[in-house]
Design a binder for this molecule. Structure first.
Ligand SMILES: [Zn+2]
Length: 680
């Protein structure tokens, strides 16, 4: 499988896009194994060089190594998300450890690390430009943070803890999934469905039938079932039942209980970074974040808390009063919140998805984002059918700048299908970098939008258009990249900075000047009515105080767990611990048997540990940055050029605060976010 393996031959399609149609599943493993072999030879050559270690022969050489391997791995893992099969998934779990071993082999290469360390110690960083200095810092720290500087004994310990942590995190996720999947509520009497939208009822009937309960309705703890039930079901007792089930996931003292896992994960994370000399896990994480320290994050969250509390309390009172007006008696509980909020929102704003859809035909919305990119950054998008694609639904564009020069390849892939995972994301098939020539990137966005049906084209909800703008914002970050090194290029930035380019673009969607470009009725061509735009704006703040409190409660709880130091790490009671951390954000009384920590996969399984605050952090940035556009004009060329030159094109080449200040002239303040969310 090595001969004529298209993954091992130079990609000779336009712009060196992978020749998707000639790649077969059996090509990947031999190609990746072969490329790992040659990449390790490259690494050995760097490590074993007889020349004295220099910035170029060590640090730059490392950044340049393994390019073909990463390109092939990107093709594989991108397709495993967007166009996969059972065979491909099996191959993915086969390939993942091979690739982990490969990166471990680099990080644990002591001779290589010696060279990196020598360059790091001997280089006068003031003589390097900002980007070179960043690459040196990032490379050296990457080794250190992976334990390269530890004694052999500690290295062993570090590896053992890492392995145990990986297993515990996996187990944590499996328990949450098992608990989510295990719950089903079967409804036999149609009366109990009162209040629910037709689509939800149909879904529940289909679920019931699939599970062998034909003629009944089944509700689960999956979002598409749980959320509408809480919002619309008139039957209060059933709402309570569902809510309690949802909040007690992995907290029942049975084999799926995660309390011990939470304690162990938190303790092992602390122990692991203590080996590297950090007091707490959050110290370790935040060192490579824009926020810089746990103190700063906590101050940030508490400041927002003070500001959001009065509004959140007023919102709760308003919903209570509304419920009372609807004949509700007694104490409003958490399982009543969505139900009465939804009704109040309808009454207040009288706007809904079905009214807006006709103005958001997908083709028009895509034309809209291209127009926005043109007005801001002078980009044009030329459909090029010669560029290979991996599925007939996918469309490839050549992206050109004002001078007509090639900027990027851009793929769009919009509709759900079997083999595509849920949600929406931006990804890349090739990062931008320069080694004498400017290698331009290949960028893609993948979404799951409402498809066309019968004679109706694809008509999007407002949320879907927002998602399109969001992902396209990430895509611009990738497309406009102008770095020397691929490891600092495009979206390779600190975790709490990466959502700025995406979230900021969502702001354009509330502006008439932008909506007028594309939001036209798909049949009559009539522009979206002005009062609709106003209603979109007005309703976007509805219960924002409450939402903010929720996000803050998660952020504070995350920080509490991950800021524990060695002498505080023994936590006895998981629920008591989280209640203390979240106490100031509580707007309702505590619910017996409910626990958030045991089901909080974001921080105990995924990568958001000491990072949940990033969502709010990025909102501060995007609101603050957009306020400049708002002041000077949303298509102001000067502001756009500054945003491009200081932020979008710079990737991770400098500390994000430096980049941000260069655009903004000062550090961000929370004012614009407070204003936008009505918290002022
Ligand atoms: Zn995003």
């Amino acid at each position: 499988m090595l001969e004529n393996n298209p993954l091992l031959l130079p990609f000779d399609s336009p712009f060196e896009v992978a020749p998707f149609s000639s790649i077969r599943l059996e090509h990947y493993k031999p190609a990746i194994e072969k490329l790992i072999e040659s990449s390790l030879l490259e690494i050995d050559k760097i490590a074993a060089s007889v020349d004295a270690p220099t910035y170029d022969n060590t640090i730059v050489a490392l950044d340049r190594s393994g390019k073909q391997l990463s390109q092939v791995a990107e093709v594989f893992f991108n397709l495993n998300s967007a166009e996969t099969s059972e065979e491909m998934q099996a191959l993915a779990s086969d390939l993942s450890p091979i690739l982990t071993d490969f990166s471990n082999a680099i990080m644990q290469n002591a001779i290589l690390f010696d060279r990196v360390k020598t360059v790091y110690t001997a280089t006068d960083q003031s003589l390097l430009d900002a980007e070179d200095s960043m690459l040196l810092e990032k490379t050296y720290k990457g080794f250190i943070r992976s334990g390269a500087n530890l004694s052999d004994e500690d290295k062993k310990k570090y590896a053992e803890i890492s392995k145990e942590l990986a297993q515990l995190q996996l187990k944590f996720g499996e328990n949450v999934l098992a608990e989510t999947n295990a719950y089903e509520m079967i409804i036999e009497d149609e009366k109990d469905l009162a209040g629910l939208p037709e689509g939800t009822k149909e879904g529940a009937a289909a679920t019931a039938e699939a599970k062998g309960h034909k003629g009944k309705w089944m509700f689960t703890l999956q979002a598409p079932s749980f959320v509408p039930f809480m919002e619309y079901a008139d039957n209060r007792a059933l709402r309570e039942k569902m809510f309690r089930a949802y909040m007690s996931k992995a907290f029942k003292g049975d084999k799926f209980d995660n309390q011990e896992n939470v304690k162990k994960i938190v303790a092992l994370r602390q122990e692991k970074v203590a080996l590297l000399g950090y007091e707490s896990y959050s110290d370790y994480v935040l060192e490579e974040r824009m926020a810089e320290s746990a103190d700063k994050v906590e101050a940030f969250l508490n400041d927002l808390l003070t500001k959001a509390t009065p509004k959140a309390k007023a919102e709760v009172e308003a919903v209570k009063a509304f419920a009372k007006g609807q004949g509700f008696e007694g104490e409003l509980e958490r399982w009543d919140w969505s139900y009465y909020s939804q009704k109040l929102k309808n009454e207040k704003f009288q706007i809904n998805d079905e009214m807006l859809r006709p103005y958001f035909k997908l083709d028009n919305a895509v034309k809209g984002i291209f127009d926005v990119a043109n007005k801001l950054y002078g980009l044009t998008f030329k459909h090029n059918p010669e560029i290979p694609v991996y599925h007939p639904d996918v469309k490839a564009y050549e992206v050109l700048n004002e001078k007509g020069e090639h900027v990027s390849v851009f793929f769009e892939d919009y509709f759900p299908r079997e083999g595509k995972r849920g949600g929406a994301w931006m990804t890349s098939y090739k990062s931008q970098y320069k080694d004498g020539i400017d290698h331009r990137p290949i960028v893609s966005i993948v979404c799951n939008f409402t498809p066309a049906t019968g004679d109706k084209p694809s008509l999007l909800t407002y949320n879907e258009v927002e998602t399109l703008f969001h992902e396209f914002g990430h895509a611009l970050h990738g497309m406009l990249a102008d770095s020397k090194y691929s490891s600092l290029s495009g979206t390779s930035v600190y975790w709490d900075f990466v959502e700025l380019p995406s979230q900021i673009l969502e702001n354009w969607l509330q502006e008439k000047e932008c909506l007028d470009l594309f939001a036209k009725h798909y049949e009559t061509g009539e522009p979206i009515p002005e009062d609709y735009i106003q209603k979109i704006k007005d309703s976007s703040n509805f219960n924002e105080g409450y939402q903010t409190m929720r996000q803050l409660s998660f952020g504070l709880m995350d920080m509490a767990w991950h800021s524990l130091k060695a002498d505080e790490i023994q936590v006895d009671d998981v629920r008591a611990f989280e209640q203390k951390a979240m106490a100031q954000t509580e707007l309702f009384g505590a619910i017996e048997g409910a626990c958030m920590s045991t089901q909080f996969s974001h921080i105990f399984q995924g990568g958001y540990a000491a990072g949940y605050y990033s969502y709010k952090w990025a909102e501060v940035l995007d609101a603050d940055a957009f306020s400049v556009f708002k002041e000077k004009g949303i298509f102001n060329k000067e502001v756009a050029t500054s945003f491009k030159e200081n932020i979008l094109s710079r990737g991770g080449s400098e500390h994000p605060m430096e980049l941000y200040k260069r655009f903004r002239g000062q550090e961000p303040t929370v004012d614009a976010l407070l204003e936008r969310s009505g918290l002022k």
